[in-house]
Ligand binder design. Structure first.
Ligand code: ZN
Length: 546
């Protein structure tokens, strides 16, 4: 399907807009920055303290209420929307992990950025791949229209680099837990920039950290006990802990350095056609999961993102060519219930272990006399699958019993069947007014999604045991859907528009500046008119119309 689209593009039915449509110079380089778990709330909370890159972007074009519109607000679905212009229902990336009972391998769980056809692989020990992504990215379309354009994707997570980069990326690097690496088929001698980044990361991992908090973060330091730990103070990590490195300020710094070194090594922005650089800064997400989003740890992390973005903009200024930057996030986030209860919402809670799908599946197996558990799932909420072993004749009754059991639980807000979501029409209301079902439909794929979609009530955290991760995201509630969308280019006359726009609007907006026409029937987003007055870029725009 994707190959077909790309071949059609290369064959020339993929029209570019005429040069007369654009008065401003076309950017020689487009840079898309995704800050993992950088919610609209976090962006707003620290806005008075930005001094570097986020301050400059905040003087550009600011959509403080952007939306990852869909219900499955996880990293892989979110990243799949940013540079495709398509919602997860169309990208096929319905979750970070889903269940595929047709797989021959014992592990029926599928990781969004793996190729499960590789013999001996599992969802935990896999070969990284973009093959689940059903649509082309902006980079793929750019390469099809102008093969000399260079597309580079660098991120702290493989799924971020792959979903932003796509299928035809020239350079793709991601942190695999121990080092920056690339796809299996691309092995060979890594560029010197990668060796430098890995040496820097190794040195950082080997050193213990007990960093002093930046001045604006001191007031955020309040100890919050959770399980056997305490969060809310300055982050600390022992020497040699590679897992903890992911929450360290050095992590995003190393990813940023690698992206900028590759920018220079590949001569991005120096070619006759537009190049594309995607950067995924992942540490904010790990800080959110390990420490929560409202403590001093996150304050220090967000101010560090500000510095890294500042370094990216400085490097772009140094090119002395027209460039266009967008910064957004793959999803929002939610704080740990222990702190939320203290500060705001008394009924914030952790999920009841009784909602564990395995527990519920065994109970149903007992009721219906089944040989094995009736349900399969990756998490306590979201996609719940009826096991293939449930006999055909019993399936409707078991599904209904499962639906009723979930719906009866006081922590469950809603349960939908796949059939209910499948027959929903496209939403007509603005994205902040969508119904719960409409949100879920936007990340529903009949081939990959569950037989039931379970939504927990707001402020119910689907982590029962907080010993490793204390907080998370992934719900269809707005704290997980709302993200900032910031555009910037040299000479921009800034403005702020608080009305909701979507991350799927980013790709058609960027494309209009290249200019490349994205076929309207292949995307879900709309072009946002962000060009200077009198030189609109969006197809159909009239001068002065915005
Ligand atoms: Zn994420």
């Amino acid at each position: 399907m994707l190959k077909q689209i790309l071949c059609t593009l290369a064959a020339g039915t993929f029209a570019t807009l005429g040069p007369s449509a654009l008065a401003a110079p076309a950017p020689r380089l487009i840079v898309a920055i995704s800050v993992d778990q950088f919610s609209a709330d976090l962006y707003a909370e620290y806005r008075p303290y930005y001094t570097a890159g986020l301050k400059r972007l905040s003087g550009g074009i600011v959509f403080p209420s952007g939306y990852q519109s869909h219900g499955a607000t996880e990293t892989c679905p979110g990243h799949s929307t940013i540079l495709t212009g398509a919602r997860p229902a169309r990208t096929g990336i319905v979750a970070n992990e889903w269940i595929d009972q047709s797989l021959a391998r014992a592990d029926k769980q599928v990781y969004c950025a793996e190729d499960p056809r590789v013999p001996g692989s599992s969802s935990k020990s896999y070969t990284a791949s973009a093959q689940h992504l059903k649509v082309p990215t902006l980079g793929d379309r750019l390469k099809a229209a102008s093969p000399q354009s260079v597309v580079v994707s660098v991120a702290g997570k493989d799924r971020a680099a792959l979903m932003l980069g796509g299928h035809e990326v020239d350079e793709l690097w991601f942190w695999d837990g121990l080092r920056y690496t690339t796809l299996a088929g691309r092995a060979g001698t890594p560029p010197p920039a990668v060796d430098v980044a890995n040496a820097t990361a190794a040195k950082a991992i080997a050193s213990p950290v007990s960093a002093a908090l930046p001045e604006p973060c001191r007031g955020h330091a309040h100890a919050v006990p959770v399980g056997s730990r305490t969060v809310g103070l300055a982050a600390r990590r022992p020497a040699g802990d590679a897992r903890a490195f992911r929450t360290a300020l050095e992590f995003d710094r190393a990813t940023t350095d690698l992206a900028l070194d590759l920018l220079r090594a590949r001569g991005l922005g120096t070619h006759a056609t537009t190049d594309l650089l995607a950067i995924g800064l992942s540490a904010t997400d790990y800080v959110g999961h390990v420490y929560g989003v409202e403590g001093a740890e996150m304050c220090a992390q967000v101010l560090s993102v500000d510095q890294n973005v500042g370094r990216i903009l400085a490097a772009l200024d140094g090119l002395k060519v027209p460039y266009l930057v967008v910064l957004t996030a793959d999803h929002g986030g939610h704080d740990l219930p222990e702190r939320i209860r203290r500060h705001a919402i008394p009924d914030a809670a952790r999920v009841d272990p009784a909602l564990n799908p395995e527990t519920l599946g065994r109970r149903l197996a007992g009721e219906f006399g089944l040989a094995g558990p009736a349900l399969m799932a990756v998490a306590p909420a979201g996609d719940i699958y009826l096991a293939r072993s449930v006999p055909e004749a019993l399936r409707p009754r078991v599904l209904e019993a499962a639906r009723a059991a979930y719906a009866a639980h006081p922590q469950v807000a809603a349960v939908y069947t796949a059939a209910e979501l499948h027959r929903l029409l496209a939403p007509v209301n603005p994205v902040d007014e969508w119904t719960l079902a409409e949100r879920l439909r936007a990340s529903f794929d009949p081939e990959r999604s569950g037989d039931l979609l379970v939504v927990l009530k707001p402020h119910v955290t689907p982590i029962a045991d907080p010993s490793v991760y204390v907080a998370t995201h992934g719900s269809p509630w707005n704290y997980d859907r709302r993200v900032p969308i910031l555009f910037y280019y040299p000479g921009v006359e800034g403005y702020e528009q608080p009305l909701p726009v979507e991350t799927v609007d980013i790709a058609p907006t960027l494309a209009s500046w290249i200019p490349l026409a994205l076929p309207a029937d292949e995307i879900d987003g709309r072009c946002l008119e962000i060009a200077p007055e009198g030189s609109p870029t969006c197809p159909g725009s009239l001068p002065g119309a915005h």
